[in-house]
Design a binder for this molecule. Structure first.
Ligand SMILES: [Zn+2]
Length: 202
């Protein structure tokens, strides 16, 4: 099983705090709903129970908070975004549109097109996984069918471990490519993972 090697402590910390922030926001979200219910009930003490947030109404409110919070703070990532290694079955492209201040081409005003890399990966346990992430300069040639990659939980960009992989170092957090190995990414300042270190750990 792969893990982010110990020497890239800042990267581990970055993922840990991103996860922690997600959980804290989720808990806070639910707490706001519960606090509002308590506040409402406190201010309407003379009301009959069917006009206060008690019993099934309180349960429904909490369920609503949990379900919306689960999607709002992307808690599903804890279940779907696992660390794994596998072989790329298919590497392709998709497009998405995001709002932009600088419209161009024939697209509707104020929308910009983004190109995403789409990977279908077969893991060692023969499970099919899909990854999609925005393309950054230099990363379009980095992935190809049949190559072996490692994807880390919390990092959108997988590392190519294949002997036939094109030369280059990708930042797992922001996706920028680097021609030569340097300690930290020039854009987000997080550690660059050297594929050699991963191969040694294996
Ligand atoms: Zn980076």
């Amino acid at each position: 099983m792969y893990r982010i090697p110990k020497q890239y402590r800042d990267l581990r910390r970055h993922i840990f705090f991103t996860d922690l922030r997600r959980i804290c926001l989720f808990v806070l979200w639910i707490a706001i709903f519960v606090a509002s219910a308590i506040f409402y009930n406190y201010n309407h003490q003379t009301y009959a129970d069917d006009r206060r947030i008690v019993g099934w109404r309180l349960v429904a409110l909490i369920v609503f908070a949990v379900v919306t919070g689960f999607f709002l703070f992307r808690l599903w990532k804890f279940f779907t975004d696992r660390t794994y290694s596998g072989t790329i079955e298919f590497a392709g492209l998709t497009h998405t549109y995001t709002q932009s201040d600088e419209p161009y081409g024939f697209k509707p005003m104020s929308y910009a097109e983004r190109t995403n890399t789409k990977l279908t990966v077969i893991t060692k346990k023969q499970k099919k996984r899909r990854l999609r992430f925005e393309q950054k300069i230099g990363s379009y040639w980095y992935y190809a069918d049949g190559q072996r990659i490692v994807h880390f939980h919390g990092c959108p960009y997988p590392i190519n471990l294949d002997p036939t992989a094109p030369h280059g170092y990708i930042c797992v957090a922001c996706g920028r490519m680097h021609d030569r190995y340097i300690d930290e990414c020039e854009y987000c300042y997080l550690s660059l993972i050297d594929p050699k270190v991963l191969a040694e750990e294996e």
